[in-house]
Design a protein around this ligand. Structure first.
Ligand code: HXC
Length: 510
């Protein structure tokens, strides 16, 4: 009997070795943790329950029956993050480069199915050379099974991808369908085809880092939502994110203990908006002053910085924030910012996270570049996302809310529940200068007359009261009391029920 128990421990110990000590050392030498070390850091200590440790591949081509490592290159199971259940798979690069065989894929599918059934997030740690070349179409089929589950799980349980090594070919398309992708600087890459193939096909010479490194995907392509210095930081930040999220779409977001007075008055906000309408100010200051304990988890911080997206808590409850950033391009809406914010709004709506929108927007960015690239279609994404969202929506206009962008940014007309404006706000079709130049074109030669016309327009329209008189703004509030007003509004909306007409699904302009 004792022997049998010992045999089990020996088999477990061998499986835990993955590709062996020297390959784990090589992994460490690249600044990367092993698949199991990553799982240990991600989950609460001692909470990991591993499954399928003894699964091996069934391939006999290329003499593969001689090389059948236990676990087949991926560690899967479940555990907890601050006491809350999550499912995890972690690819082991030390075993056949973490490549995906039919059985490797089957292991991932098993825990994805369990996550769906039990209503808990899936966190995928990706470190893989892609489809296992020796397995051919069986490997592709395995990927296909994973993809289908990504699609089924979308909007049901949160799916988070950590990219912690190379991620090529099919390996990028599973993460691409998850809710958030985080990369590690200098050790992770994502591309459909690597630099060698690129050179052969297009003659472009490009490094892996330039083609698909963290900087490329967080700044240029927007494929990734964030990048971290190393594995340890990335895993700690995913734990922090999980704390903001509900476990599934039937649950409300978690309520955390909070130590910040919801009625806290912030007098400094009374002077946040500068006297000159063209002088920028940092919208992040407002977000941090509204948030419980100033805690803000930003998503896509390096991309389309003219709009800010991320999570805060109010009275311990998660709120998604979308805010124009006057510091970048005057906070204008353009293709990138509309796409970024639309995806975030849809995530919040899918997972019952209320949305706070902070508005200071001079309009949509004009020009041929934007038009040729489809600003009409991409701008409509944000409009559509706000209009279809049924979660509680509270909006605060701090300064400009001009034209179409006024409507887009969670206006009353898109079923926002509570719309506040600061006294400094200007809700109008456009700024005073632009409006005067159009309305009084014939007087443009007379500077004095134009100055008077501009002043008259400002007095009549560059304020929140025209909109407030119509009920489009529910209340003009003191900047200092914003946290209190917003927190009370979301508290009032806690039992909000709103629905859409029956449909198979909508047809958001993609
Ligand atoms: C089988 C693989 C493998 C793969 C790596 N290995 N990728 N084995 N199938 N796809 C093995 C290597 O043979 C090697 O084994 C070990 O893993 C480590 O790989 P190295 O090349 O030594 O490591 P490194 O130099 O760090 O390079 C990593 C890499 C490179 C950039 C990932 O291995 C690479 O380019 N691999 C192929 C990538 C690729 O083209 N994949 C197929 C994509 S097509 P030994 O025993 O020597 O240590 C695809 C289609 C899916 O994914 C479509 C779904 C719809």
């Amino acid at each position: 009997m004792k022997d049998i128990l010992q045999q089990l421990e020996d088999r477990r110990a061998a499986a835990r070795q993955g590709g062996g000590a020297h390959r784990i050392e090589a992994q460490h030498a690249k600044g990367k943790l092993s698949a199991r070390e990553r799982v240990e850091l991600l989950l609460d200590e001692g909470s990991f329950e591993e499954y399928d440790m003894f699964v091996t591949h069934r391939c006999t081509d290329f003499d593969m029956q001689q090389n059948k490592p236990a676990g087949d290159g991926v560690v899967v199971g479940w555990g907890t993050v601050n006491g809350r259940q999550v499912y995890v798979f972690s690819q082991d690069f030390t075993v056949l480069g973490g490549s995906v065989s039919a059985t490797h894929a089957m292991k991932i599918c098993k825990i994805m199915d369990m996550a769906m059934q039990n209503g808990a997030p899936v966190i995928g740690i990706n470190d893989s050379g892609g489809a296992r070349i020796q397995e051919g179409v069986d490997s592709l089929a395995g990927y296909g099974e994973v993809f289908q589950r990504n699609i089924m799980a979308s909007g049901v349980v949160p799916q988070i991808s950590l990219i912690m090594g190379p991620c090529a070919g099919g390996a990028v398309y599973s993460p691409a369908m998850t809710d958030f992708i985080f990369m590690v600087k200098d050790s992770s890459y994502m591309f459909v085809t690597g630099p060698d193939v690129v050179k052969t096909v297009t003659n472009e010479v490009v490094t892996a880092e330039e083609l698909g490194g963290a900087s490329t995907h967080t700044r240029k392509s927007s494929v990734a939502d964030g990048a971290f210095e190393n594995d340890v930081e990335a895993l700690a930040e995913v734990r922090r994110l999980i704390d903001f999220l509900p476990l599934n779409n039937r649950e409300k977001p978690p309520v955390r203990p909070f130590f910040d007075d919801p009625a806290r008055i912030e007098e400094s906000l009374d002077t946040l908006v500068p006297a000159n309408a063209n002088t920028p100010y940092d919208m992040k200051e407002l977000i941090e002053k509204i948030a419980d304990e100033g805690d803000f988890y930003e998503i896509q911080a390096e991309y389309a910085k003219n709009i800010i997206t991320g999570f805060i808590r109010l009275e311990g409850r998660t709120v998604g924030v979308v805010a124009n950033q006057p510091m970048v391009l005057a906070g204008v809406l353009d293709i990138d910012s509309a796409r970024k914010a639309a995806r975030f709004v849809r995530f919040c709506d899918a997972f019952e996270i209320p949305i706070l929108t902070l508005v200071d927007v001079p309009g949509f960015l004009p020009g041929t570049k934007q038009e040729y690239d489809g600003v009409i279609k991409h701008g409509a994404k944000l409009l559509f996302a706000y209009g279809e969202a049924t979660v509680p929506k509270v909006t605060v206009i701090t300064r400009k809310a001009y034209g179409g962008a006024y409507v887009v940014m969670a206006s009353k007309h898109l079923r926002a529940d509570v719309n506040y404006a600061w006294p400094t706000s200007e809700v109008a079709v456009m700024g005073a200068k632009g409006a005067t130049e159009i309305l009084y074109r014939s007087e443009l030669g007379d500077a004095e007359k134009i100055a008077k016309r501009t002043k008259d327009y400002e007095d009549a329209f560059a304020n929140p009261f025209v909109a407030a008189e119509r009920g489009f703004i529910d209340e003009v509030i003191q900047p200092r009391s914003t946290r209190k007003r917003v927190a009370r509004a979301f508290a009032m909306l806690r039992n909000k029920q709103q629905s859409m007409p029956w449909k198979k699904h909508d047809n958001i302009p993609l």
